[in-house]
Design a protein around this ligand. Structure first.
Ligand code: AMP
Length: 416
């Protein structure tokens, strides 16, 4: 059922509690915390501008990092309030708490179009526990509720679910913000009846992370292209040799079941015909996290089996070419997960070739939807982020939504 949109709200003079995703990266510089990427703040401006235009009194709530229920000064949202004020070109009030007397006073003094940002909701353990009393405290300042934090919508936390439920019980409306609305449109509605051919590209590390998505999309897609380490579990399942590649030997049955379903439904299911492999050599060094650092020698492309001492890190050039051909013929494209270990540029070529094909197909009229996480990073790294139809802002939330799961933060919103 379609959810109410922030566009539908009559918000003049009302206090609107807006859950946003301000989980921005911060770095300490000269004793101050500095925001190193403000994308997430910028992405809320559209919704905030609309609410200002509507005369709402805006109360923003968000989490930052994982303070685990403690006040953690390095995870304060104060720098976000300052940055937001610059970006939106008006004052943004900040209270160093998200519940209590100070919040009530400041929220009570807001005039139409004013903005207040509350402190990190996760400074309270009750946030993640979705504690009803804590949610009721948050809801004290809320006449209406808007959720624009798609990336946190798969969690039933107090600020993403509990507050909405309380506002709704009081007869208040709960709506999707503009960013959330776009996520629901592209990851949801647009994929219900996609223009065909509908090509799905899935990569990443593990079959177990993506199997529910594969299973659901096998009912909708015309073609599924598989890359990333995930492909090696399929290869193993088919009796191939995968050397030291990242695999899940206990998931070969799952892989075979997916292949059988594809065959039964007439879905073209392509696996890499060639792979870029290398032999990992322990350097004896450890990284910042204490993990051993490997060097890679004997880089080459092989067809067929991967030798015992080697590991597969990317799809080969032949596979990339074949996948590109299929992608360029698509009318709808959904991509989730890189084709290889793209963080190392020696193994990024497959992902980059696929990214270029997706951009080209989009230019020629296809709708391309990037399902969040590392594929978004890879596209941005390739400089093609603005050449696709839609890039999801969610990681885990996108994946769960694509699996067909009901996200608690979405379920809590009012139906249209
Ligand atoms: P995911 O979060 O499941 O989309 O997985 C993304 C991660 O999978 C990235 O960090 C990639 O480096 C990693 N990855 C993809 N292919 C491989 C591979 N062949 N070997 C090791 N890691 C890989």
């Amino acid at each position: 059922m379609a959810k109410l949109s922030v566009r539908d709200l009559s918000a003049r003079g009302r206090r609107v509690f807006v859950r946003v995703d301000y989980n921005v990266p911060l770095e300490e510089k000269d004793g101050r915390m500095v925001i190193t990427d403000e994308t997430r703040i910028r992405e809320t401006l559209q919704t905030l501008d609309l609410l200002i235009e509507k005369g709402a009194r805006i109360i923003l709530a968000a989490h930052l990092g994982r303070p685990k229920g403690k006040r953690e000064p390095t995870m304060s949202l104060r720098p976000v309030a300052e940055r937001l004020a610059d970006l939106i070109n008006r004052p943004v009030a900040f209270v160093d708490d998200c519940i209590g007397e100070k919040v009530a006073q400041t929220a009570g003094a807001l005039k139409d179009g004013d903005i207040l940002l509350l402190e990190n909701t996760r400074f309270y353990r009750e946030e993640e526990a979705n504690d009803p009393a804590f949610a009721a405290n948050l809801a004290k300042v809320a006449d209406l509720y808007v959720n624009d934090a798609f990336g946190a919508a798969h969690r039933a936390h107090a600020s993403t679910e509990g507050v909405a439920r309380i506002v709704a019980q009081r007869g208040g409306q709960c709506a999707a913000g503009l960013l959330m609305e776009r996520e629901l449109k592209f990851l949801g509605d647009e994929l219900e009846n996609p223009a065909r051919p509908f090509v799905v590209i899935l990569g990443g590390a593990k079959v177990s992370d993506k199997i529910k998505v594969i299973d659901r999309l096998l009912e909708k897609a015309d073609t599924i292209l598989i890359g990333g380490a995930m492909a090696y579990t399929f290869k193993l399942a088919q009796g191939g040799k995968v050397g030291r590649s990242l695999v899940e030997p206990d998931k070969t049955d799952t892989a075979l079941a997916a292949l059988a379903k594809a065959k039964q439904r007439g879905v073209q299911f392509l696996l890499p015909a060639d792979n870029v492999i290398a032999t990992p050599v322990d350097t004896g060094k450890v990284n910042k996290k204490g993990k051993p650092v490997f060097d890679f020698v004997n880089l080459k492309t092989v067809n067929g089996d991967i030798p015992d001492e080697a590991e597969g890190f990317d799809i080969g050039a032949e596979t990339a070419r074949r996948y590109s051909e299929v992608i360029k013929g698509a009318k709808t494209i959904l991509w989730n997960g890189p084709m290889g270990m793209f963080e190392d540029k020696r193994f990024a070529e497959g992902t980059n070739v696929v990214a270029k094909a997706v951009a080209e197909a989009t230019q020629n009229g296809a709708k391309s939807i990037i399902g969040g996480g590392d594929s978004v990073k890879a596209l941005n790294k390739a400089g093609l982020g603005d050449q696709v139809t839609f890039m999801s802002t969610g990681g885990g939330a996108s994946l769960e939504f694509l699996e067909g799961a009901v996200l608690p933060g979405v379920a809590a919103l009012s139906d249209k």
